[in-house]
Design a protein around this ligand. Structure first.
Ligand code: NAD
Ligand code: ZN
Ligand code: ZN
Length: 368
């Protein structure tokens, strides 16, 4: 079939929206009609050419929500009409990691996905007979996509698509960092560094876990106000003395849980140093630049602080994303402040510009 998609043809160039060919789903694959898709830093990072593992040509986008149109042979998990959220982090349910509660890093299709292929090593998207690769296994800057059934979470049809798509990446990452990775205990003291989609999700996750005090640190007063809306009790403008301010706030000890959601390695260090001696846990969700390292004085670890990394918030997508969406539908999370701009697919490059200007949390592409 023919469809319109935003194609990254050359790194550093704007995406071009054009008509491409999409082949039918094969064994274990599903054809999804996209209804909404968030524009994320990771898309821009790849488009810019800064990502060393990036490839082109590809159809970008990985924060999709839509409806199952058709299923390929042997698909058992989904049926036409199901509402789905795309998962760049799939859940096969059978591999060593899927069977272990300690991780969400499914091993089933990683290798091919990282190269831009579907699990059988080929692509369904093409232009003039030349293959176009799938981005993060999703390629959701498009009217339709073909994805493995294990990379789609079936969610309640009650959830508006513009909110459902937020669960495909940053929101679930933040929520999961607090709920899964840190497993914040009720009454705990938390500090979240960064008030973008991930940090705000972490603030909400800490609140849902029953944290007593949730401080949020950011450079932007407007973003700190959004953090207040998600349950932050203390707002700190980021600066040189941030760690001292947190120590002061916490009787000289530091927080039970800290979260890093900026991707800046200097902030990661602050997040470690702001964690409490004895049991403070620093959860790192931010993605650092290539070759950057985290500088930590080992004494912080000897005296009982711990550091954990968190990919997609430790969320096992097919099981847990539907549950998070239910909690949203039950009124536990307010997502309206996160959707700042609604744009058409043709305006995808404007979505990048808005993001670079830090104008709002998410621009969401809506498909007619
Ligand atoms: N682990 C994962 O699976 C995963 C998933 C999605 C995104 N990420 C990463 O998480 C990070 C955050 O993503 P996002 O979409 O929320 O980004 P974002 O750019 O919207 O938010 C980052 C926030 O950090 C703030 N900030 C910058 N420097 C700061 C400083 N020195 N102190 C305090 N705050 C500072 C910015 O003002 C901004 O509000 C990125 O590194 C992103 O790549 C990780
Ligand atoms: Zn993303
Ligand atoms: Zn698996």
């Amino acid at each position: 079939m023919k469809m319109r998609a935003a194609v990254l043809e050359q790194f550093g160039e704007p995406l071009s929206v054009r008509e491409v060919e999409l082949a039918e789903p094969r064994v274990g694959e599903v054809l999804v009609r996209l209804a909404a898709c968030g524009v994320c830093h990771t898309d821009l990072y790849t488009a810019s050419g800064a990502d060393p593992s990036g490839y082109a040509p590809t159809v970008l986008g990985h924060e999709g929500a839509g409806v199952v149109e058709r299923v390929g042979p042997e698909v058992t998990l989904l049926a036409p009409g199901d509402h789905v959220v795309t998962l760049f982090s799939p859940q096969c349910g059978e591999c060593l990691h899927c069977l272990d509660p300690r991780t969400n890093l499914c091993l089933a299709i990683r290798e091919q996905q990282n190269k831009g292929f579907l699990p059988d090593g080929s692509t369904r998207i093409s232009l003039g007979g030349d293959p176009i690769r799938h981005f993060m296994g999703c390629s959701t800057f498009a009217e339709y996509t073909v994805m493995p059934e294990i990379a789609l979470a079936k969610v309640s049809p009650e959830a508006p698509f513009e909110h459902a798509c937020l669960f495909a990446c940053g929101l679930s990452t933040g929520l999961g960092a607090a709920i899964n990775t840190a497993a914040v205990q009720a009454g705990g003291t938390c500090v979240v560094f960064g008030a973008g989609m991930v940090g705000l999700g972490a603030v909400a996750g800490c609140r849902l876990q029953g944290a007593e005090r949730i401080a949020c640190v950011d450079l932007s007063p407007e973003r700190l106000e959004l953090a207040r809306g998600q349950g932050a009790t203390d707002l700190l403008l980021a600066g040189e003395s941030t760690v001292e301010e947190i120590l002061e706030m916490t009787g000289g000890f530091g927080a039970d849980y800290t979260f890093e959601a900026t991707g800046n390695v200097a902030v990661m260090r602050q997040a470690v140093e702001a964690a409490r001696m004895g049991w403070g846990l620093c959860t790192v969700a931010g993605v650092a630049g290539k070759g950057e390292t985290l500088d930590v004085v080992p004494r912080f670890l000897i005296t009982g602080r711990r550091i954990a990394g968190s990919s997609f918030g430790g969320v096992k997508g097919r099981d847990q994303v539907p549950v998070l969406v239910e909690r949203y539908l039950a009124g536990e999370i307010d997502l309206s402040p996160f959707v700042s701009h609604r744009i058409g697919l043709d305006e995808v490059n404007r979505g990048f510009e808005l993001m670079e200007a830090q104008d709002g949390i998410r621009s969401v592409i809506e498909f007619a």
